[in-house]
Design a protein around this ligand. Structure first.
Ligand code: GTP
Ligand code: SPV
Ligand code: MN
Length: 639
């Protein structure tokens, strides 16, 4: 049969939709959905839906608008169909992903490269024609017997220079429900943009399912058709692989930002309260599972976002928005004592999706929750008892390390009042951090923007975690925590960052933190809550109210300031010994890091901006000089 979409018939229905598209939907779409879709008068959207229907062959199609009734339908369907199951507390549900679907799957996430284009050879990629044929064959007929869900959302606030409208098509009510919690509704935003092609498109199918879990992980594919700003995802449910607006959109946004002169970052955004009630905003980039959510959630501060931020220069200020309005957060180690804000949301009635936790008697359990876990229950592996092994003989823990919760920021007591400001918030400081057991001090400030971008952001390394599938604990280069999502040349991306602040008279300060520094005994040198002190020190620095000591790697805090802040913020006595141990400059480790980073920029990255190498060379010289003067391990008191 010839595709109805192939005809070139310009004839319109009595409504706005092209007849060929209307024909493709006929018999499957209900009148209300047709009305909603038609009212948007967006030819590109109509084409996207019609093509998806032709390919995936759903039984029915439902188009959603911004109404609470529609969100309600999604929530109910997720439970009715069994993708989510209710828990004892009202509004709480849980969802499992498959055994081989517990994190972002970088292996099968590929860019579709059109003929004549080329991407950095380190990026996972496939020719566009070949890739499209492959993923389309996996999607063909994938929605038979199911309903196709057509949702419209907005990345960033609506009616804002930051906003990017998005259309998500999926057959998963879990994915759709997650998006309801995580993103701003966008039907009205589409109405506002009219017949524009300025929107991202995501097509997802969970594929064949067993027990409501994607059953063919070997056929999992996540393909990024960047030349059309469209993503295909199939045979997976894990949100990082399916929720188009999260990391898949980030890949498109980075390219769009590059073209348009703004920045799309893997960063949290938060407000820190300073003396006199002022609020100073910070954005921070740490790789997956390295502390963004925990930092954005510091008790007593305010949260804008925990994972994704867009930056623009507006009215002479660097301003940021949260791309999202919810949290897909790691649940491991969330405890009543350390994380009172999240704990509260996770233990009272309200909308929460728990994924890949242990369930027993209608209650969720996770690793590091601060209490003994049941010895049996149900988890992502099915019925579970302590000691259960997987097919390769490895122990299956009670809950997955990358188990998560999905909530709306609106449920959180310390949500910042500026979350929806269409112009975002002014950024006082940028923070880079990663899992670094042996090199960097807990907090330091760059000498200037260029030093911060080159020596902190572009030199970021972190040990891998359970948030991505693969080996954990491997020290990996991950510039600006954004390397997984970068499909523009690395040097170009660094230059975009370097040049971004050129129009500003005072750029934000740049800081580096390290929550994961270990002592000789292998134990962490800092407690979970110490980050609250580092943030307060940065807040004072941004406002010119704290001194610093010049070290070769940056400016570090003075003991007296930190001691005072520990007392004030955590009511803790911070000893001079702790200060010396934590802030000792570890010269050999810092030099070794420079060796690793310089090697990458000299031999693997072909468009390294020369200034990056100059900054690193100057840092090396400062470290060498210190070594000559004072040895390998230099106390901050002797700087
Ligand atoms: P993504 O959502 O994957 O992007 O991660 P994230 O950067 O938001 O990470 P998150 O804040 O959820 O932290 C993840 C893990 O880091 C948790 O298991 C925490 O226990 C651990 N963590 C956070 N802060 C600290 C800290 O100060 N010290 C130590 N040792 N671990 C920490
Ligand atoms: C991350 O892995 O950085 C996350 C979770 O924030 S995911 O949705 O998988 O991207
Ligand atoms: Mn993340």
């Amino acid at each position: 049969m010839e595709s109805v979409l192939a005809s070139n018939d310009p004839e319109k229905t009595e409504n706005s939709m092209d007849k060929k598209y209307a024909n493709a939907l006929k018999g499957k779409i209900d009148a209300d959905s047709m009305k909603k879709l038609d009212a948007l008068k967006n030819g590109m959207l109509h084409a996207f839906v019609a093509e998806a229907v032709e390919l995936c062959q759903p039984d029915s199609i439902k188009v959603f608008d911004d109404s609470d009734a529609d969100a309600d339908y999604v929530r109910k369907k997720a439970v009715e169909l069994g993708e989510e199951k209710p828990l004892a507390i009202q509004g709480h549900t849980y969802h499992f992903d498959g055994m081989a679907d517990q994190g972002r799957d970088k292996e099968v996430t590929r860019y579709l490269v059109p003929p004549g284009d080329s991407l950095d050879k380190t990026l996972n990629q496939i020719g566009r024609d070949e890739g499209l044929a492959e993923v389309r064959s996996l999607l063909a007929g994938s929605m038979e017997g199911r309903q196709m869900i057509v949702r419209l959302f907005c990345l960033g606030p609506t009616n804002s220079p930051f906003g990017i409208p998005c259309a998500q098509i999926t057959d998963s009510f879990y994915v759709s429900h997650s998006e309801d919690l995580l993103y701003r509704r966008g039907y009205e935003e589409f109405r506002r943009i009219g017949d524009s092609d300025r929107f991202f498109r995501f097509l997802h199918s969970a594929g064949r399912m067993e027990n409501m879990v994607s059953a063919e992980p070997e056929k999992k594919r996540i393909y990024i058709d960047y030349s059309r700003e469209q993503i295909y995802s199939v045979n997976t449910q894990y949100a990082g692989n399916t929720v188009g607006l999260k990391k898949l959109a980030l890949r498109l946004a980075i390219r769009k930002a590059d073209r348009e002169g703004w920045l799309a970052e893997h960063m949290f955004a938060m407000g820190s309260k300073g003396p006199g009630g002022r609020i100073t905003y910070f954005c921070g980039a740490f790789p997956s599972a390295c502390g963004k959510t925990s930092t954005a959630m510091i008790p007593g501060e305010t949260i804008i976002g925990d994972d994704l931020a867009y930056f623009r220069i507006i009215d002479g200020q660097l301003r940021a928005v949260n791309v999202e309005e919810g949290i897909f957060g790691i649940i491991q180690d969330v405890k009543a004592k350390d994380d009172p804000v999240i704990w509260d949301v996770l233990t009272r009635p309200g909308e929460v999706i728990f994924s890949n936790v242990l369930i027993k008697d209608g209650r969720p359990y996770w690793l590091g929750m601060g209490q003994d876990l049941p010895k049996d229950g149900v988890n992502y592996s099915g019925p579970w008892t302590a000691g259960k092994k997987d097919s390769s003989g490895a122990e299956i823990l009670a809950a997955h390390k990358n188990a998560r919760y999905t909530i709306s920021l609106r449920a959180i007591a310390n949500m910042d009042s500026q979350l929806d400001n269409p112009k975002g918030v002014p950024v006082g400081g940028i923070i880079y951090g990663g899992r670094d057991s042996d090199t960097s001090v807990p907090v330091q400030q760059a000498f200037d923007w260029t030093h911060g971008i080159a020596a902190y952001g572009a030199s970021l390394e972190s040990e891998t975690t359970a948030a991505t599938i693969g080996k954990e604990g491997v020290r990996t280069f991950n510039l600006m925590s954004n390397l997984d999502f970068l499909a523009i040349p690395v040097g170009r991306y660094i230059l975009n960052n370097l040049n971004f602040v050129k129009p500003l008279s005072t750029p934000p300060l740049v800081f580096a933190v390290n929550y994961f520094l270990r002592g000789k005994d292998g134990k962490f040198l800092n407690g979970m809550r110490d980050k609250a002190v580092w943030i307060k020190w940065m807040e004072l620095r941004v406002n010119g109210q704290a001194d610093a000591i010049k070290a070769p790697t940056g400016q570090i805090p003075k003991y007296e300031d930190i001691r005072r802040l520990f007392k004030q913020v955590l009511d803790k006595d911070y000893s001079r010994d702790d200060y010396v141990t934590q802030f000792t400059i570890r010269v050999p480790e810092n030099l070794a890091k420079l060796d690793r980073i310089e090697k990458i920029y000299r031999s693997e990255i072909t468009d390294t901006p020369p200034v990056v190498l100059e900054i690193l060379a100057a840092q090396r010289k400062r470290l060498d000089d210190l070594k000559t003067a004072k040895g390998d391990y230099v106390s901050p008191l002797s700087l």
